[in-house]
Design a binder for this molecule. Sequence first.
Ligand code: SIN
Length: 335
Amino acid sequence: MTKSDISLPRIALLATGGTIAGQAGDASKTAGYKAGVVGVDKLLDAVPALTQVAQIHAEQVASIDSKDMSTALWLTLAARVNALLEEDDIDGVVITHGTDTLEETAYLLHLTVKSEKPVVLTAAMRPSTALSADGPLNLLNAVTLAAHDGAAGQGVLVAFNNQIHSARDVTKTSTYAVDAFRTPEFGALGWVQDGRVDFQRGVVRRHTVGSQFDLPAALPAVEIVTSYAGASRTAIDAFVAAGVKGLVVAGTGNGSIHAALQQALADAVKQGVAVVRSSRVGSGHVMRNGAAPDDALGSVSAGTLNPYKARVLLMLSIAAGITDATALQQLFDTY
Ligand code: SIN
């Protein structure tokens, strides 16, 4: 440590893999690479300017393609984030992650991190070896954001392509574009660029220190089923037979559900399975007793949570012993 960086914020960098740590055989390749192979030291080496922004404590938590993210790794990561944030000499945490399930991990942390210190996830759409790789600038912006006072108390944030998004609402919207992350219904919280951070709005739903959810020892089995033309009840019946504790429906339009699925879901509820209705559309909200009769089905509406985030909230709720539809609806109206 040099004299000049003694006063810089101390940021823990937790690397988990992803395309930001991806490697291709050829710099012109932006597809067909291997994700999660480059170590955290190399990610840091690619961004010399980080030494002007923060003192970094780096850890390699995992080296995976995030399509393979597990609930066990979620719990390990969340526990590590909480432990680091309890330390007086850590001011914030940055997590590098694959883009594919980043929004799910971010929301899990948003509900289970017990600190107001900044937590920022970032990622990349192009591997580290690519011409015009987007990872180094995304990482610099993520650390800049985590080192910024304005990021405290905002819940878990995502820094991507110069934008700041809330973990609750951000979603991946493109398979290859470098502006892949959007908050479809509400827009970004702000921007980070050239060392400047500018928040345009805040986060009002409960999160982090305001969240009632503690990290459980394990997360219950909750699966997602999709409604579409010609859908059958086969998958729902199989999940119920396998002992699933909850089901999220990615419904059509405003959470409407094929008649064949509605009957299967009503049967699932009778067997003690918690059912939440979300939408496969990608934006907009699902209203209680709107396109499907929640009261009759015994289901819960997800509001503006997409199916993947609704699954996270449902898993934490069930793990906390909350399975009654009325109590669950209150949680979905709160978080
Ligand atoms: C991954 O999610 O790990 C691979 C894809 C990506 O990071 O863009």
